[in-house]
Design a protein around this ligand. Structure first.
Ligand SMILES: NC(=O)c1ccc[n+]([C@@H]2O[C@H](COP(=O)([O-])OP(=O)(O)OC[C@H]3O[C@@H](n4cnc5c(N)ncnc54)[C@H](OP(=O)(O)O)[C@@H]3O)[C@@H](O)[C@H]2O)c1
Length: 186
């Protein structure tokens, strides 16, 4: 595993060869990944994960065009597409992919579903880094991780469909289970 010094901080670089898709599928074989929010990153990550064989559901509030977009993308209401609360209840890895302002607004609704052993996943560090200001304070008995693609959701999907990929920053904020790093690398 390579290490790069970014401004005095040593960062690990993990390649797909070092963490192959078979390993990722094995690590998450008992998990249901709930993608909460279907704006820009939501569709890209949900569709890529689904196409790679992971068990994925989408949580999106009804009555907005975004719900209809999810249906157009093949997510089936009551099977793989749910209201946010229901998806959060069913999911074991919760990808919190609302807009950053939306994350603050929805946090009190989401938090009760973050039960022991689940993983809370962000694609941007704002909400959790500034938790005193945002109020996004996770329970101590869950894992909290970040995987932030270095590009827009449209690039994440387009490059995937081209058989390529995109690099992402990753970090572990809280490792309650001892498996947080493994679970976020896929
Ligand atoms: N955009 C990117 O390419 C990109 C790149 C790297 C990282 N990120 C990070 O990824 C995360 C998601 O970003 P994004 O750009 O995908 O977000 P986005 O498109 O702005 O998110 C829109 C989603 O949030 C929902 N939402 C907003 N406010 C809500 C509320 N109060 N209650 C319930 N749902 C609400 C929307 O539902 P409705 O449609 O019903 O309003 C929609 O599903 C952020 O942390 C962002 O910083 C984004």
């Amino acid at each position: 595993m390579a290490k790069i010094n970014f401004g005095g901080v040593w960062e690990e670089v993990v390649t797909r060869e070092e963490f192959p898709m078979e390993k990722a599928l094995d690590v998450l074989k008992n998990d249901t990944i709930a993608i909460i929010g279907y704006g820009v990153q939501g569709p890209a990550q949900a569709l890529n994960l689904r196409d790679n064989g992971f068990k994925v559901i989408v949580g999106q509030r009804k009555g907005s065009k975004t719900w209809d977009k999810a249906v157009e993308h093949g997510w089936v209401p009551g099977e793989t597409l749910f209201e946010i609360e229901e998806a959060a209840k069913r999911g074991t890895v919760i990808e919190f992919l609302l807009s950053d302002a939306g994350q603050i607004a929805l946090w009190p609704t989401l938090k009760p579903f973050l039960t022991k052993g689940k993983t809370l996943y962000f694609s941007h560090g704002f909400g959790i880094t500034f938790k005193e200001q945002t109020g996004i304070v996770p329970p101590a008995d869950i894992d909290v991780v970040l995987a932030a693609p270095k590009g827009s959701g449209t690039s994440v999907r387009r490059l995937f469909l081209q058989g390529k990929g995109i690099n992402s920053s990753y970090a572990v904020f809280q490792d309650a289970t001892g498996n947080a790093k493994q679970k976020q690398l896929p």
